[in-house]
Design a protein around this ligand. Structure first.
Ligand code: FMN
Length: 462
């Protein structure tokens, strides 16, 4: 049997994530729906009908204000703003589903590990083990200023903080409470056995946490860890900690390069690469016929917002507006380096046969990149997905939202059955927690080759 494709819906509790300008499409309901619980409840049911593994909620803690050195383009065009807190949606969505899982983004740069560990334990309890944490170090300068910093902490130091943050979290999740600590001993007036609940007494460079953890152990203890590091340091961090990793790249070959690199790094960290699942992006426009799909794509392109795309590019730390003043025939190169470090500057030029001109680079923001979309009838889309899957060597995809929920409904109705027919996609969910569904049934906890396991000795005595 061929390997099955894993699928996450790539989401954000906002009017628009990276489908720039598409809120203007008459069938797009998300700019009203993002603040309405009913919208997300129906959305969860739809995803479960389509056997999606998880809904992945991206999140940021500020607005994009590098482009034109201004917040106006991103606010005006609804680029990831307005934006609500995704964690608060999960309980409601979990209550109408049994198998769909939820990956929630939380920043290790701006939130404290003690509170975050309790949040994820709570969600793991309330979802019966269907929760994941997307660990991010955050790239927006505005976020730094929202949390009391004049400047962003430097890129690699953010990862150092994240490393210690995860150690603190593992101590809270894996070692603070022993199994069987909740004894419910009515006769002896004892709900919890204090002997089995431990302080963690973490004293590190960045955090000091006494403990004990406030939540009792949940089914997975540590939520499934997601990450998306692209830099050397980021990939190394992902290879050490993450179980699900996103890699982006302009071609399947580049994605394969990153995927292979992360698997190799995982081995260096003493981990079995089978314990990692790698995801890349998927953009699909499906119609009942090729013509219908192409027509849809044209409609999407007609409402596209170049300004929002340029504002998002500011996450790289570069203000593309500086190039708008230049001669378009000049070769494109960056003239300053920054500590932003989200989408690497190189992604625009890597794999280009010759250096691009300023005009060519600016032009790329003007419309959706047709080359990164799979557009067609259900069979053609399935062919495209299968090709991308085989060529890039990933385990699955994050399906981008375009016009919602219409595109997702079309995907579930038209594409999912074709993938299932080809044996490329599950017909039924595996049982158990998210970790069991993704990896090994019957094993809801992190495997022993994961760095969290070294915090467990206190548990293994009993
Ligand atoms: N960063 C965030 O701050 N919030 C997010 O929700 C978020 N989601 C991401 C989703 C995907 C699919 C990718 C590829 C990246 C995402 N990032 C997000 C950015 C990454 O966390 C990371 O900063 C970026 O890939 C650059 O890697 P580096 O920090 O190692 O240079």
């Amino acid at each position: 049997m061929s390997k099955e494709i894993l699928l996450n819906a790539f989401e954000m509790t906002s009017a628009m994530h990276n489908s720039h300008g598409l809120w203007k499409h008459p069938e797009n309901k998300r700019h009203r729906g993002y603040k309405d619980l009913k919208y997300w409840i129906e959305y969860a049911k739809l995803l479960e009908r389509g056997k999606f593994d998880a809904v992945f909620f991206a999140d940021v803690l500020g607005v994009y204000d590098v482009y034109r050195q201004s917040k106006t383009p991103s606010i005006q065009d609804g680029l990831q703003v307005p934006l609500n807190d995704p964690a608060l949606l999960v309980s409601a969505m979990a209550s109408v589903t049994e198998n769909l899982s939820f990956a929630v983004t939380v920043s290790t740069t701006y939130e404290q590990p003690f509170g975050n560990a309790r949040r994820f334990s709570t969600l793991d309890h309330l979802t019966n083990g269907r929760i994941a944490w997307n660990v991010v170090t955050s790239y927006l300068p505005n976020a730094a200023r929202n949390f009391g910093l004049q400047n962003m902490i430097k890129h690699d130091e953010r990862y150092n903080i994240a490393d210690e943050y995860l150690d603190v979290s593992y101590k809270l999740w894996e070692s603070s409470w022993e199994d069987g600590a909740v004894v419910e001993d009515v006769e002896n007036n004892k709900l919890v056995d204090p002997e089995k609940v431990h302080e963690i007494n973490h004293e590190g460079q960045y955090f000091s946490v006494e403990g004990p953890h406030l939540s009792e152990p949940s089914l997975q203890r540590t939520p499934v860890i997601y990450q998306a590091g692209t830099s050397e340091r980021g990939r190394d961090f992902a290879a050490k900690h993450a179980e699900c990793i996103f890699v982006g790249g302009p071609t399947p070959e580049r994605i394969r390069f990153y995927a292979d690199d992360i698997r190799k790094r995982a081995i260096k960290h003493g981990r079995n690469p089978e314990n990692l699942k790698i995801f890349s992006f998927l953009n699909v426009v499906v119609g009942r016929t090729t013509e219908e799909a192409e027509e849809k794509f044209k409609e999407y392109a007609s409402v596209w917002s170049a300004d929002a795309a340029k504002a998002q590019y500011g996450a790289s730390g570069y203000d593309i507006a500086e190039y708008e003043e230049l001669d378009p025939e000049l070769p494109f190169s960056y003239n300053k380096s920054t500590e932003g470090g989200h989408y690497k500057a190189a992604t625009l030029t890597t794999d280009a046969p010759k250096p691009l001109t300023v005009g060519e680079v600016l032009n790329r923001f003007e419309s959706p990149d047709r080359g990164s979309f799979i557009v067609g009838n259900p069979e053609e889309v399935a062919d495209g997905i299968q090709k991308q899957f085989e060529e890039s060597g990933v385990d699955g995809f994050n399906l981008n939202h375009l016009v919602t929920p219409g595109d997702l409904e079309a995907f579930v109705e038209l594409v999912v059955p074709v993938l299932q027919e080809r044996g490329l996609y599950k017909k039924e969910y595996n049982r158990g927690t998210l970790r069991e569904k993704l990896f090994t049934p019957g094993q809801p906890l992190l495997p022993n080759d994961h760095p969290a396991a070294r915090f467990r000795p206190v548990l293994t005595e009993s």
